[in-house]
Design a protein around this ligand. Structure first.
Ligand code: GDP
Ligand code: IMO
Ligand code: MG
Length: 425
Protein backbone atom coordinates (compact mmCIF):
# COMPACT_ATOMS: atom_id res chain seq x y z
CA UNK A 1 0.00 0.00 0.00
CA UNK A 2 2.71 2.48 0.89
CA UNK A 3 4.78 2.27 -2.31
CA UNK A 4 2.73 2.26 -5.47
CA UNK A 5 3.17 2.91 -9.16
CA UNK A 6 0.74 4.10 -11.84
CA UNK A 7 1.46 3.14 -15.44
CA UNK A 8 -0.46 3.22 -18.71
CA UNK A 9 -1.08 -0.22 -20.18
CA UNK A 10 -1.89 0.92 -23.72
CA UNK A 11 -0.20 3.47 -26.01
CA UNK A 12 -0.39 6.44 -23.65
CA UNK A 13 -3.06 9.00 -22.74
CA UNK A 14 -4.99 6.42 -20.73
CA UNK A 15 -5.90 9.00 -18.09
CA UNK A 16 -2.88 8.48 -15.82
CA UNK A 17 -3.00 12.15 -14.79
CA UNK A 18 -6.49 11.82 -13.36
CA UNK A 19 -5.69 8.58 -11.53
CA UNK A 20 -2.40 9.92 -10.09
CA UNK A 21 -4.22 13.04 -8.92
CA UNK A 22 -6.76 10.87 -7.10
CA UNK A 23 -4.14 8.64 -5.50
CA UNK A 24 -1.94 11.62 -4.63
CA UNK A 25 -4.47 12.60 -2.02
CA UNK A 26 -3.34 9.57 0.00
CA UNK A 27 0.38 9.85 -0.87
CA UNK A 28 3.25 11.81 0.67
CA UNK A 29 5.65 11.83 -2.28
CA UNK A 30 4.92 11.59 -6.02
CA UNK A 31 7.76 10.72 -8.39
CA UNK A 32 8.07 10.86 -12.20
CA UNK A 33 10.77 8.44 -13.33
CA UNK A 34 11.00 8.56 -17.13
CA UNK A 35 10.00 10.42 -20.27
CA UNK A 36 9.99 14.18 -20.51
CA UNK A 37 8.03 16.95 -22.16
CA UNK A 38 6.47 14.42 -24.54
CA UNK A 39 3.96 13.56 -21.82
CA UNK A 40 0.72 15.43 -21.34
CA UNK A 41 -1.20 14.50 -18.20
CA UNK A 42 -4.55 16.19 -17.76
CA UNK A 43 -6.22 16.79 -14.43
CA UNK A 44 -9.60 18.49 -14.24
CA UNK A 45 -10.54 20.14 -10.96
CA UNK A 46 -13.94 21.76 -11.13
CA UNK A 47 -13.83 24.21 -14.03
CA UNK A 48 -10.04 24.31 -14.12
CA UNK A 49 -8.02 22.09 -16.45
CA UNK A 50 -4.33 21.42 -15.83
CA UNK A 51 -2.04 19.76 -18.35
CA UNK A 52 1.23 18.58 -16.82
CA UNK A 53 4.21 17.60 -18.92
CA UNK A 54 7.15 17.28 -16.53
CA UNK A 55 5.79 17.98 -13.07
CA UNK A 56 4.09 15.04 -11.35
CA UNK A 57 0.30 15.28 -11.18
CA UNK A 58 0.58 15.13 -7.36
CA UNK A 59 1.43 18.84 -7.36
CA UNK A 60 -2.26 19.75 -7.34
CA UNK A 61 -2.64 18.16 -3.91
CA UNK A 62 0.42 20.00 -2.63
CA UNK A 63 2.44 16.81 -2.31
CA UNK A 64 6.23 16.58 -2.39
CA UNK A 65 6.85 16.09 -6.10
CA UNK A 66 10.01 14.71 -7.60
CA UNK A 67 11.35 14.64 -11.14
CA UNK A 68 13.62 11.60 -11.05
CA UNK A 69 16.97 10.92 -12.68
CA UNK A 70 15.34 8.88 -15.47
CA UNK A 71 13.45 11.91 -16.79
CA UNK A 72 14.89 14.05 -19.58
CA UNK A 73 14.40 17.63 -18.51
CA UNK A 74 13.85 20.65 -20.70
CA UNK A 75 14.36 23.63 -18.35
CA UNK A 76 12.37 26.09 -20.46
CA UNK A 77 9.38 23.81 -20.41
CA UNK A 78 9.69 23.19 -16.69
CA UNK A 79 9.71 26.95 -16.01
CA UNK A 80 6.70 27.51 -18.27
CA UNK A 81 4.82 24.77 -16.46
CA UNK A 82 5.74 26.16 -13.05
CA UNK A 83 4.61 29.64 -14.07
CA UNK A 84 1.31 28.32 -15.40
CA UNK A 85 0.63 26.40 -12.18
CA UNK A 86 1.54 29.38 -9.98
CA UNK A 87 -0.71 31.57 -12.13
CA UNK A 88 -3.58 29.19 -11.38
CA UNK A 89 -2.85 29.38 -7.66
CA UNK A 90 -0.91 26.11 -7.27
CA UNK A 91 2.24 26.37 -5.15
CA UNK A 92 5.25 24.79 -6.80
CA UNK A 93 8.12 26.25 -4.79
CA UNK A 94 8.76 24.08 -1.77
CA UNK A 95 6.91 21.17 -3.37
CA UNK A 96 9.13 20.30 -6.34
CA UNK A 97 12.59 18.76 -6.52
CA UNK A 98 14.54 17.82 -9.61
CA UNK A 99 17.18 15.10 -9.68
CA UNK A 100 20.77 16.24 -10.05
CA UNK A 101 21.28 13.15 -12.20
CA UNK A 102 18.53 13.87 -14.77
CA UNK A 103 19.74 14.47 -18.32
CA UNK A 104 19.00 17.88 -19.82
CA UNK A 105 17.26 18.46 -23.16
CA UNK A 106 19.03 21.02 -25.37
CA UNK A 107 17.80 22.80 -28.50
CA UNK A 108 19.95 20.48 -30.64
CA UNK A 109 18.00 17.48 -29.35
CA UNK A 110 14.77 19.01 -30.58
CA UNK A 111 16.35 20.04 -33.88
CA UNK A 112 17.74 16.52 -34.48
CA UNK A 113 14.39 14.98 -33.45
CA UNK A 114 12.52 17.09 -36.00
CA UNK A 115 15.08 16.75 -38.79
CA UNK A 116 15.18 12.99 -38.23
CA UNK A 117 11.43 12.77 -38.66
CA UNK A 118 11.58 14.75 -41.91
CA UNK A 119 14.32 12.44 -43.15
CA UNK A 120 12.33 9.30 -42.28
CA UNK A 121 9.46 10.50 -44.48
CA UNK A 122 6.58 8.00 -44.54
CA UNK A 123 8.33 5.77 -42.02
CA UNK A 124 8.44 8.59 -39.46
CA UNK A 125 7.68 7.68 -35.85
CA UNK A 126 5.39 10.63 -35.33
CA UNK A 127 7.34 11.88 -32.31
CA UNK A 128 6.22 14.84 -30.24
CA UNK A 129 9.29 16.78 -31.44
CA UNK A 130 10.41 17.42 -27.85
CA UNK A 131 13.91 16.02 -28.39
CA UNK A 132 13.26 12.91 -26.32
CA UNK A 133 14.94 10.27 -28.54
CA UNK A 134 18.11 12.30 -29.22
CA UNK A 135 18.46 13.24 -25.54
CA UNK A 136 18.24 9.60 -24.40
CA UNK A 137 20.60 8.64 -27.25
CA UNK A 138 23.19 11.08 -25.86
CA UNK A 139 22.62 9.74 -22.36
CA UNK A 140 23.41 6.20 -23.46
CA UNK A 141 26.27 7.36 -25.67
CA UNK A 142 27.65 8.99 -22.49
CA UNK A 143 27.78 12.41 -24.07
CA UNK A 144 24.71 13.76 -22.29
CA UNK A 145 24.74 16.73 -19.93
CA UNK A 146 23.07 16.12 -16.59
CA UNK A 147 21.55 18.73 -14.29
CA UNK A 148 24.55 18.48 -11.93
CA UNK A 149 26.94 19.11 -14.85
CA UNK A 150 25.39 22.53 -15.44
CA UNK A 151 27.09 23.67 -12.23
CA UNK A 152 30.60 22.70 -13.29
CA UNK A 153 31.27 25.65 -15.58
CA UNK A 154 34.35 24.23 -17.31
CA UNK A 155 32.96 20.76 -17.87
CA UNK A 156 29.62 22.18 -19.03
CA UNK A 157 31.18 24.60 -21.53
CA UNK A 158 33.48 21.94 -22.97
CA UNK A 159 30.89 19.23 -23.29
CA UNK A 160 28.33 21.60 -24.72
CA UNK A 161 30.82 22.79 -27.32
CA UNK A 162 31.60 19.24 -28.42
CA UNK A 163 27.92 18.37 -28.56
CA UNK A 164 26.90 21.45 -30.53
CA UNK A 165 29.69 20.84 -33.04
CA UNK A 166 28.69 17.22 -33.46
CA UNK A 167 24.99 18.01 -33.77
CA UNK A 168 25.63 20.86 -36.21
CA UNK A 169 27.54 18.45 -38.42
CA UNK A 170 24.57 16.09 -38.30
CA UNK A 171 21.99 18.85 -38.85
CA UNK A 172 23.89 20.28 -41.83
CA UNK A 173 24.03 16.78 -43.32
CA UNK A 174 20.27 16.51 -42.96
CA UNK A 175 19.76 19.89 -44.58
CA UNK A 176 18.55 21.50 -41.35
CA UNK A 177 19.58 24.77 -39.72
CA UNK A 178 22.59 24.67 -37.42
CA UNK A 179 22.73 26.14 -33.90
CA UNK A 180 24.87 28.69 -32.10
CA UNK A 181 27.01 27.37 -29.24
CA UNK A 182 27.54 30.70 -27.46
CA UNK A 183 23.85 31.45 -27.44
CA UNK A 184 22.96 28.05 -25.95
CA UNK A 185 25.71 28.41 -23.34
CA UNK A 186 24.36 31.76 -22.24
CA UNK A 187 20.75 30.59 -22.24
CA UNK A 188 21.44 27.41 -20.24
CA UNK A 189 23.75 29.18 -17.78
CA UNK A 190 20.81 31.40 -16.93
CA UNK A 191 18.48 28.37 -16.70
CA UNK A 192 20.94 26.65 -14.36
CA UNK A 193 20.80 29.62 -12.01
CA UNK A 194 17.02 29.60 -12.00
CA UNK A 195 16.85 25.83 -11.55
CA UNK A 196 19.32 25.69 -8.66
CA UNK A 197 16.84 25.91 -5.74
CA UNK A 198 14.99 22.86 -7.07
CA UNK A 199 18.01 20.60 -7.62
CA UNK A 200 18.57 17.79 -5.13
CA UNK A 201 19.88 14.29 -4.65
CA UNK A 202 16.41 12.88 -5.17
CA UNK A 203 17.67 9.29 -5.08
CA UNK A 204 18.49 9.67 -1.40
CA UNK A 205 15.27 11.56 -0.73
CA UNK A 206 13.05 8.89 -2.32
CA UNK A 207 14.90 6.03 -0.63
CA UNK A 208 14.68 7.81 2.73
CA UNK A 209 10.94 8.27 2.18
CA UNK A 210 10.56 4.54 1.50
CA UNK A 211 12.67 3.63 4.53
CA UNK A 212 10.55 5.90 6.71
CA UNK A 213 7.38 4.18 5.49
CA UNK A 214 6.14 7.29 3.73
CA UNK A 215 3.49 6.76 1.06
CA UNK A 216 5.34 7.01 -2.23
CA UNK A 217 3.60 7.07 -5.60
CA UNK A 218 5.52 6.61 -8.85
CA UNK A 219 3.97 8.16 -11.96
CA UNK A 220 4.87 6.79 -15.39
CA UNK A 221 4.49 8.69 -18.62
CA UNK A 222 3.47 7.23 -21.99
CA UNK A 223 2.25 3.63 -21.88
CA UNK A 224 3.65 0.11 -21.68
CA UNK A 225 3.13 -0.48 -25.42
CA UNK A 226 5.35 2.55 -26.11
CA UNK A 227 8.12 1.09 -23.92
CA UNK A 228 11.51 1.00 -25.65
CA UNK A 229 12.01 -2.71 -24.84
CA UNK A 230 8.52 -4.15 -24.61
CA UNK A 231 6.54 -1.92 -26.96
CA UNK A 232 5.98 -1.79 -30.71
CA UNK A 233 9.60 -0.97 -31.59
CA UNK A 234 10.65 1.24 -33.37
CA UNK A 235 7.28 2.99 -32.98
CA UNK A 236 7.87 3.62 -29.29
CA UNK A 237 9.31 6.29 -27.06
CA UNK A 238 12.94 6.16 -25.93
CA UNK A 239 12.56 5.09 -22.31
CA UNK A 240 11.16 2.25 -20.20
CA UNK A 241 7.68 3.63 -19.87
CA UNK A 242 6.32 0.55 -18.13
CA UNK A 243 6.94 -0.26 -14.48
CA UNK A 244 10.36 -1.73 -15.29
CA UNK A 245 11.75 1.81 -15.65
CA UNK A 246 11.05 2.94 -12.12
CA UNK A 247 14.01 1.28 -10.46
CA UNK A 248 16.64 2.81 -12.74
CA UNK A 249 14.64 6.00 -13.27
CA UNK A 250 14.27 6.84 -9.59
CA UNK A 251 17.20 4.96 -8.09
CA UNK A 252 15.12 2.62 -5.94
CA UNK A 253 15.34 -1.17 -5.49
CA UNK A 254 13.29 -3.16 -8.05
CA UNK A 255 11.27 -4.91 -5.36
CA UNK A 256 10.17 -1.81 -3.47
CA UNK A 257 6.84 -1.42 -5.24
CA UNK A 258 4.02 -3.67 -4.07
CA UNK A 259 1.09 -2.27 -6.03
CA UNK A 260 1.20 -1.47 -9.72
CA UNK A 261 -1.93 0.23 -10.98
CA UNK A 262 -2.40 -0.20 -14.72
CA UNK A 263 -4.53 2.49 -16.34
CA UNK A 264 -6.46 1.58 -19.49
CA UNK A 265 -9.19 3.31 -21.42
CA UNK A 266 -12.35 1.29 -22.05
CA UNK A 267 -11.19 1.40 -25.69
CA UNK A 268 -7.78 2.11 -27.22
CA UNK A 269 -6.04 5.15 -28.68
CA UNK A 270 -2.66 5.81 -30.17
CA UNK A 271 -1.07 9.03 -31.37
CA UNK A 272 1.78 8.93 -33.85
CA UNK A 273 2.69 6.12 -36.24
CA UNK A 274 2.95 2.39 -35.69
CA UNK A 275 0.86 -0.77 -35.66
CA UNK A 276 -2.57 -0.66 -34.02
CA UNK A 277 -4.43 -3.92 -34.70
CA UNK A 278 -7.86 -2.81 -33.40
CA UNK A 279 -7.80 0.62 -35.05
CA UNK A 280 -11.16 1.84 -36.38
CA UNK A 281 -10.82 3.99 -39.46
CA UNK A 282 -14.55 4.41 -39.85
CA UNK A 283 -17.48 6.31 -38.40
CA UNK A 284 -17.25 4.45 -35.10
CA UNK A 285 -13.61 5.49 -34.70
CA UNK A 286 -14.58 9.08 -35.45
CA UNK A 287 -17.46 8.91 -32.98
CA UNK A 288 -15.08 7.75 -30.22
CA UNK A 289 -12.59 10.51 -31.17
CA UNK A 290 -15.24 13.22 -30.97
CA UNK A 291 -16.99 12.04 -27.80
CA UNK A 292 -13.70 11.23 -26.07
CA UNK A 293 -12.03 14.48 -27.26
CA UNK A 294 -9.20 12.33 -28.50
CA UNK A 295 -6.75 15.02 -29.51
CA UNK A 296 -3.21 15.06 -28.09
CA UNK A 297 -2.65 17.00 -24.84
CA UNK A 298 0.89 17.90 -25.95
CA UNK A 299 0.67 18.28 -29.72
CA UNK A 300 -3.06 18.64 -30.42
CA UNK A 301 -2.86 15.87 -33.03
CA UNK A 302 -5.99 13.73 -33.54
CA UNK A 303 -5.52 10.42 -31.76
CA UNK A 304 -6.17 7.19 -33.62
CA UNK A 305 -8.98 5.20 -31.99
CA UNK A 306 -10.02 1.55 -31.75
CA UNK A 307 -11.56 -1.18 -29.62
CA UNK A 308 -10.04 -2.57 -26.44
CA UNK A 309 -7.15 -4.91 -27.18
CA UNK A 310 -6.72 -7.69 -24.62
CA UNK A 311 -3.57 -8.99 -26.34
CA UNK A 312 -1.60 -5.78 -25.91
CA UNK A 313 -3.01 -5.18 -22.45
CA UNK A 314 -2.14 -8.69 -21.20
CA UNK A 315 1.42 -8.18 -22.42
CA UNK A 316 1.62 -4.89 -20.49
CA UNK A 317 0.18 -6.45 -17.34
CA UNK A 318 2.73 -9.27 -17.41
CA UNK A 319 5.83 -7.20 -18.17
CA UNK A 320 4.98 -4.71 -15.41
CA UNK A 321 3.43 -7.01 -12.83
CA UNK A 322 0.23 -4.96 -12.76
CA UNK A 323 -1.76 -5.81 -9.62
CA UNK A 324 -4.93 -3.80 -10.31
CA UNK A 325 -6.57 -1.89 -13.12
CA UNK A 326 -8.17 1.53 -13.42
CA UNK A 327 -10.51 1.62 -16.41
CA UNK A 328 -11.10 5.16 -17.68
CA UNK A 329 -13.42 6.85 -20.16
CA UNK A 330 -16.12 4.22 -19.81
CA UNK A 331 -18.61 7.06 -20.41
CA UNK A 332 -17.26 7.60 -23.93
CA UNK A 333 -18.84 4.28 -24.94
CA UNK A 334 -22.24 5.22 -23.46
CA UNK A 335 -25.06 4.70 -25.95
CA UNK A 336 -23.27 2.23 -28.21
CA UNK A 337 -25.50 -0.75 -29.17
CA UNK A 338 -22.54 -3.09 -29.21
CA UNK A 339 -19.05 -2.81 -27.80
CA UNK A 340 -16.25 -5.01 -29.13
CA UNK A 341 -13.22 -6.44 -27.41
CA UNK A 342 -10.28 -8.07 -29.13
CA UNK A 343 -9.38 -11.46 -27.63
CA UNK A 344 -6.67 -12.55 -30.06
CA UNK A 345 -5.15 -11.90 -33.47
CA UNK A 346 -5.33 -13.89 -36.67
CA UNK A 347 -1.98 -13.59 -38.44
CA UNK A 348 -2.15 -15.49 -41.72
CA UNK A 349 -3.60 -18.87 -40.72
CA UNK A 350 -2.29 -18.67 -37.16
CA UNK A 351 -4.22 -17.46 -34.13
CA UNK A 352 -2.07 -15.67 -31.58
CA UNK A 353 -2.86 -14.44 -28.11
CA UNK A 354 0.59 -13.17 -27.11
CA UNK A 355 1.89 -9.81 -28.29
CA UNK A 356 4.30 -10.37 -31.21
CA UNK A 357 7.66 -8.62 -31.47
CA UNK A 358 7.76 -8.32 -35.24
CA UNK A 359 6.17 -5.39 -36.99
CA UNK A 360 4.91 -7.48 -39.85
CA UNK A 361 2.76 -9.71 -37.59
CA UNK A 362 1.39 -6.67 -35.78
CA UNK A 363 0.65 -4.84 -38.99
CA UNK A 364 -1.09 -7.85 -40.53
CA UNK A 365 -2.88 -8.93 -37.37
CA UNK A 366 -6.64 -9.28 -37.86
CA UNK A 367 -8.38 -8.85 -34.52
CA UNK A 368 -10.70 -11.59 -33.28
CA UNK A 369 -13.58 -9.87 -31.52
CA UNK A 370 -16.05 -10.75 -28.83
CA UNK A 371 -19.16 -8.56 -28.97
CA UNK A 372 -20.92 -7.42 -25.83
CA UNK A 373 -24.12 -5.44 -25.32
CA UNK A 374 -23.75 -1.71 -24.92
CA UNK A 375 -25.19 0.36 -22.07
CA UNK A 376 -26.90 3.65 -21.36
CA UNK A 377 -25.44 6.52 -19.33
CA UNK A 378 -22.59 6.14 -16.85
CA UNK A 379 -21.39 9.74 -16.31
CA UNK A 380 -23.36 10.27 -13.11
CA UNK A 381 -22.31 6.95 -11.54
CA UNK A 382 -20.47 7.33 -8.22
CA UNK A 383 -21.04 3.88 -6.77
CA UNK A 384 -20.91 0.43 -8.28
CA UNK A 385 -24.69 0.06 -8.09
CA UNK A 386 -25.09 3.20 -10.25
CA UNK A 387 -23.41 1.51 -13.21
CA UNK A 388 -25.73 -0.11 -15.78
CA UNK A 389 -25.59 -3.95 -15.60
CA UNK A 390 -24.20 -4.16 -19.17
CA UNK A 391 -21.35 -1.81 -18.26
CA UNK A 392 -20.56 -3.93 -15.21
CA UNK A 393 -20.66 -7.05 -17.37
CA UNK A 394 -18.13 -5.42 -19.73
CA UNK A 395 -15.82 -4.56 -16.83
CA UNK A 396 -16.18 -8.08 -15.41
CA UNK A 397 -15.23 -9.48 -18.81
CA UNK A 398 -12.09 -7.33 -18.80
CA UNK A 399 -11.25 -8.56 -15.30
CA UNK A 400 -11.73 -12.19 -16.30
CA UNK A 401 -9.82 -12.00 -19.56
CA UNK A 402 -6.97 -10.01 -18.07
CA UNK A 403 -6.92 -11.93 -14.81
CA UNK A 404 -6.58 -8.67 -12.95
CA UNK A 405 -8.95 -6.88 -10.62
CA UNK A 406 -10.55 -3.59 -11.74
CA UNK A 407 -10.33 -1.37 -8.68
CA UNK A 408 -11.30 1.99 -10.18
CA UNK A 409 -13.66 3.03 -12.96
CA UNK A 410 -13.60 6.53 -14.38
CA UNK A 411 -16.76 7.92 -15.99
CA UNK A 412 -15.70 11.50 -16.69
CA UNK A 413 -12.67 13.79 -16.46
CA UNK A 414 -13.45 15.21 -13.01
CA UNK A 415 -12.24 13.85 -9.71
CA UNK A 416 -15.69 12.98 -8.45
CA UNK A 417 -16.57 11.10 -11.67
CA UNK A 418 -14.98 7.96 -10.32
CA UNK A 419 -16.29 4.65 -9.00
CA UNK A 420 -14.23 2.60 -6.56
CA UNK A 421 -15.18 -1.05 -6.98
CA UNK A 422 -13.68 -2.46 -3.81
CA UNK A 423 -12.77 -5.40 -6.04
CA UNK A 424 -16.42 -6.49 -6.15
CA UNK A 425 -17.55 -5.89 -9.72
P1 GDP B 1 -2.62 10.75 -19.59
O1 GDP B 1 -1.53 11.20 -20.51
O2 GDP B 1 -2.63 9.27 -19.40
O3 GDP B 1 -2.62 11.46 -18.28
O4 GDP B 1 -3.98 11.10 -20.31
P2 GDP B 1 -4.33 12.49 -21.07
O5 GDP B 1 -4.52 13.54 -20.07
O6 GDP B 1 -3.37 12.74 -22.16
O7 GDP B 1 -5.69 12.09 -21.78
C1 GDP B 1 -6.81 11.69 -21.07
C2 GDP B 1 -7.95 12.66 -21.37
O8 GDP B 1 -9.17 12.09 -20.98
C3 GDP B 1 -7.84 13.96 -20.61
O9 GDP B 1 -8.40 14.99 -21.39
C4 GDP B 1 -8.71 13.71 -19.37
O10 GDP B 1 -9.26 14.90 -18.82
C5 GDP B 1 -9.80 12.86 -19.94
N1 GDP B 1 -10.37 11.86 -19.05
C6 GDP B 1 -9.76 11.14 -18.07
N2 GDP B 1 -10.63 10.24 -17.55
C7 GDP B 1 -11.79 10.40 -18.22
C8 GDP B 1 -13.06 9.73 -18.17
O11 GDP B 1 -13.28 8.80 -17.42
N3 GDP B 1 -14.00 10.17 -19.06
C9 GDP B 1 -13.79 11.18 -19.92
N4 GDP B 1 -14.78 11.51 -20.74
N5 GDP B 1 -12.62 11.83 -19.99
C10 GDP B 1 -11.63 11.42 -19.16
P1 IMO C 1 1.41 10.55 -22.05
O1 IMO C 1 2.32 10.49 -20.82
C1 IMO C 1 0.76 9.24 -26.12
C2 IMO C 1 4.29 8.85 -28.67
C3 IMO C 1 4.45 9.81 -29.83
C4 IMO C 1 5.18 8.92 -30.81
C5 IMO C 1 6.11 8.12 -29.91
C6 IMO C 1 7.50 8.67 -29.82
O2 IMO C 1 0.63 11.78 -22.15
O3 IMO C 1 0.61 9.29 -22.11
P2 IMO C 1 8.56 10.76 -28.57
O4 IMO C 1 8.27 12.20 -28.67
O5 IMO C 1 8.36 10.18 -27.21
O6 IMO C 1 9.89 10.38 -29.14
O7 IMO C 1 7.48 10.06 -29.54
O8 IMO C 1 5.50 8.12 -28.63
N1 IMO C 1 4.12 9.49 -27.36
C7 IMO C 1 2.96 9.51 -26.69
N2 IMO C 1 1.73 9.07 -27.05
N3 IMO C 1 0.96 9.78 -24.91
C8 IMO C 1 2.17 10.19 -24.53
O9 IMO C 1 2.45 10.59 -23.27
C9 IMO C 1 3.24 10.11 -25.45
N4 IMO C 1 4.54 10.45 -25.43
C10 IMO C 1 5.07 10.05 -26.59
O10 IMO C 1 3.21 10.24 -30.31
O11 IMO C 1 4.27 8.03 -31.40
MG1 MG D 1 -1.32 12.28 -22.28
Amino acid sequence: MSVRCVIGVQWGDEGKGKIVDLLAEESDVVVRYQGGGNAGHTVVVGKEKFVLHLIPSGILHGRQCIVGNGVVLEPEQLFAEMAELERKGIRVKGHLLVSDRANVVFPYHKAVDRAGEVKRGITKIGTTGRGIGPCYADKYARSGIRVVDLYDAKLFAERLKTNVEEKNYLLAGMGAETLDYAQILEQYTAYARKLKPFVADTTTIVNDAIDHKKRVLFEAAQGALLDIDHGTYPYVTSSNSDATGLSSGAGVPPGCVRDVIGVAKAYTTRVGSGPFPTELEDGIGERIRQIGHEFGSTTGRPRRTGWFDLVGCRHAIRTSGVTELAITKLDVLDGFDTVRICTGYKVGRKTITTFPADLSSLENAKPIYKDVRGWGATTSARKLVDLPPEARAYLRLLERELNCVVSMVSVGPERRQTVLTGGKL
